[in-house]
Design a protein around this ligand. Sequence first.
Ligand SMILES: C[S@@+](CC[C@H](N)C(=O)[O-])C[C@H]1O[C@@H](n2cnc3c(N)ncnc32)[C@H](O)[C@@H]1O
Ligand code: SF4
Length: 397
Amino acid sequence: MSHDDRPAPMAQDADREPKAFGVYIHWPFCLSKCPYCDFNSHVRREPIDEARFVRAYAAEIGATAARVPGRTVNSIFFGGGTPSLMQPATVAAVLDHVAQHFSVAANVEVTLEANPTSVEAARFRGYRAAGVNRVSLGVQALDDRVLAELGRLHSAREALEAVGIARSIFDRYSFDLIYARPQQSSQQWAEELKIALGEAGEHLSLYQLTIEPDTPFAALHAAGKLRTPDDDTARALYDLTQDLCAAYGLPAYEVSNHARPGGECRHNLIYWRGHEYAGIGPGAHGRLDIGGERHATATEKRPEAWLKLVEASGHGVVTDEILIPEEVSDEILLMGLRLAEGIDIARYEAASGRPLDPERIALLRAHGLIEITPAGRLRVTPPGFPVLDAVVADLAA
Ligand SMILES: C[S@@+](CC[C@H](N)C(=O)[O-])C[C@H]1O[C@@H](n2cnc3c(N)ncnc32)[C@H](O)[C@@H]1O
Ligand code: SF4
């Protein structure tokens, strides 16, 4: 099947489902810093005082729960950094604190991001006993030379072994690969992706390498020492990705995320569908609906400063901004159009207080970049996805 005629994998009435609530917990430490990565992650020589972090997480969870009483948690996500460096007892304690302050849905999804080394895989059983029911592994590549260039601390074999251990312990697992890497040919990527699809469960995240400002990769790129694929090559790699994943039964449900129907990451759907989530831990972002207004929150990024702030004031929130209708509706477009299911037009118009511009809609439809479903959803077409940023910018302007 070509990527142009693959079916939309998800229900059309997604916005009529009850709103979901997620809790994101950020663990800000890694063993080393990968040269492409600009996530809020830090390397420390001294051991981390995990008990002190648990107390601070507990305080911030309690303070957030008090702002949004009555919520039921549908998803908890430990992201990083490298949460698989946390002791299982630390993860268990944090989950206990979430349950003390919120009601938690019986079928809650609890995901933990893990680096695929043998040391970390040895903790997987402990994480499951703590309540984690899904892991997401950062495999990144299946070629040892490339893994070394990406600054990774694991080999391809070790990563695949970690995937195997995850499969034997968790019903739900996912792993990440980065493609459109320097000098990567379509043939190399096809071979690598086929191996990955053979190892995949219900979910795969496939990210095109982005050169993030102020990273070592950005400096190499600026100096001409790291050449990313040109637009045509990147497009060919993207098309190949869509076709292969669809053929293996894992179509894209989001720009970079592929799943068997029903295997989507429910936590990330909360972000893309514009539902509510609490951001806990250093540099975590949240969106909370309080008194009819949407709050965008962010906490102090530096781990030690965050600890001190929470210890002094009970939470580490440094930004708490009420979004104006235009910002809320722009977020609906920016996040929702990443999904194959698209957005509910009525919901967008209720949030923004104005209709989408009919002329722009007509032009984008005439170019085959968007479509409107009979159920009143606006979604980007397969040919529209490679130019998603331009489509969103056009509609949001
Ligand atoms: C929070 S990060 C990593 C989780 C975990 N620490 C790891 O490295 O395995 C989540 C994912 O973002 C992706 N990522 C990070 N920086 C990227 C970049 N510059 N370009 C593309 N993907 C990137 C990687 O695939 C990574 O697994
Ligand atoms: S990619 Fe993962 S391991 Fe590497 S620095 Fe970023 S968060 Fe840490």
